[in-house]
Design a protein around this ligand. Structure first.
Ligand SMILES: [Mg+2]
Length: 256
């Protein structure tokens, strides 16, 4: 493989570990939907949540993960068919995806508006990533493509000493799916060599299906938010390379 000239990176689950923030938001939403006399999360619940979080596709499912855990479903049962189980739970509780999404988004907006410092403090770069970004920014074009707001990405990177002037960020405000952003970047530089690192397998599969993006090398970040079943499903898929965090923080020749 030829080394990249443009390195396109997802943010959460690749550069940044936002799991603590996810749990905080999920717990706040849970307490709002199912009021408790004691709003302290039970011991061990956060760790259980971290393990099952990769099962979900969208943020509104997070309080339902907690509902399932706290009403006695095992992690194994949840892993068997989370889409089916979450649907049944949502119906049982007389909720909808839309109300759950409004709940989660509203609580996050409120947290950001009232205490942005504590919100940012729940998110940190994975070990070695800040150092590696500094190396890349000297040698390749780095583009971050994320569903998180670009301004939040900047606020997380800035204290880590990342030179933001050399970095392009396409966040939620770009209002474009990732494949479309990649397509536009490629149109700008038809001769560039693109590598794309993402932790969500479904997103990689979408990019994989675009005929005009077939020369983009795809990497699944094994340290991010994907399940053991998803990891296993990619073994032997020549089009999607599996990459570990130590490989990611090493030279490109060690990525595959
Ligand atoms: Mg991600």
């Amino acid at each position: 493989m030829i080394a990249p000239t443009v390195l396109a990176l997802d943010f959460d689950g690749v550069l940044c570990d936002g799991m603590k923030e996810y749990f905080q938001i999920a717990w706040r939403a849970y307490c709002h939907l199912w009021p408790l006399t004691d709003p302290t999360p039970p011991p061990g619940l956060a760790e259980q949540f971290y393990r099952v979080r990769p099962l979900i596709a969208t943020g509104w499912e997070m309080p339902m993960l907690l509902r399932a855990l706290l009403t006695g479903y095992s992690e194994a049962e949840m892993g068997e068919d989370w889409p089916g189980l979450s649907q049944r739970l949502v119906e049982q509780e007389r909720l909808t995806a839309a109300t759950l999404a409004a709940e989660v988004d509203g609580l996050r907006d409120q947290w950001i508006a009232t205490d942005p410092a504590s919100w940012l403090a729940e998110q940190s770069l994975y070990p070695g990533v800040a150092e590696r970004l500094a190396v890349w920014l000297e040698t390749v074009q780095v583009v971050i493509i994320s569903t998180k707001e670009g301004r939040f990405i900047q606020q997380i990177l800035q204290p880590c000493g990342v030179d933001l002037s050399r970095l392009r960020i396409f966040g939620k405000e770009a209002k474009q799916p990732k494949q479309q952003i990649l397509r536009e970047l490629k149109a700008e530089q038809p001769d560039a060599v693109f590598w794309f690192v993402e932790d969500r397998l479904q997103t990689l599969h979408v990019v994989q299906k675009q005929p005009d993006l077939s020369d983009v090398q795809l990497f699944l970040a094994l340290w991010g938010y994907n399940t053991a079943a998803e990891k296993a499903s990619v073994m032997g898929d020549a089009a999607i390379h599996l990459i570990t965090l130590p490989q990611f923080c090493d030279q490109f020749a060690d990525w595959y």
